[in-house]
Design a protein around this ligand. Structure first.
Ligand code: DQA
Length: 143
């Protein structure tokens, strides 16, 4: 069973960017912790990050044949991208949306998510632990 962990724009700077909001852990730290959860239960985690909307869409298309679930933090594309929503609509597996910060406590432009209308579950404000929590949910729904 393969799960795609997709991170969108600026999340390559995790641990360096606005640490008061996003924390000190890097994306590699997050990926390592998720792999430690996934590997013992036979899940292959493929972690990817891009600052480019089209690349994220291409990965979601690839997931149609390659993955049973997608955990996605679309970064700011959450609030702008009908195209990512459409790509996720064409994916038949589970989709879990993760935001490190509580977007609802922040600027009004972060309150709406195009992705939430497709997601099976949404986590916001659990810090980088949100990725592991989402993965735990994936493990239980995939059985
Ligand atoms: C984010 C929240 C978004 O509003 C922001 O643009 C990000 C990160 C989060 O993880 O809290 O880049 O998705």
């Amino acid at each position: 069973k393969t799960v795609f962990l997709i991170n969108g724009p600026n999340l390559n700077l995790l641990g360096k960017r606005e640490p008061a909001i996003y924390g000190a852990d890097t994306l590699d730290d997050v990926t390592a912790r998720c792999e430690a959860l996934a590997n013992p239960v036979g899940i292959t985690l493929r972690s990817m990050q891009s600052n480019h909307e089209g690349q994220i869409i291409d990965w979601i298309h690839e997931a149609r044949d390659a993955a049973k679930a997608i955990i996605i933090n679309p970064g700011a594309f959450t609030h702008t991208s009908v195209a990512i929503f459409d790509a996720l609509q064409a994916f038949e597996g589970f989709v879990f949306e993760v935001h490190i910060s509580n977007v609802h406590k922040r600027e009004a432009f972060r309150h709406h998510s195009y992705v939430s209308a497709r997601a099976d579950g949404v986590l916001a404000g659990f810090g980088v632990e949100g990725y592991e929590l989402a993965l735990r949910r994936v493990i239980s729904v995939l059985g």
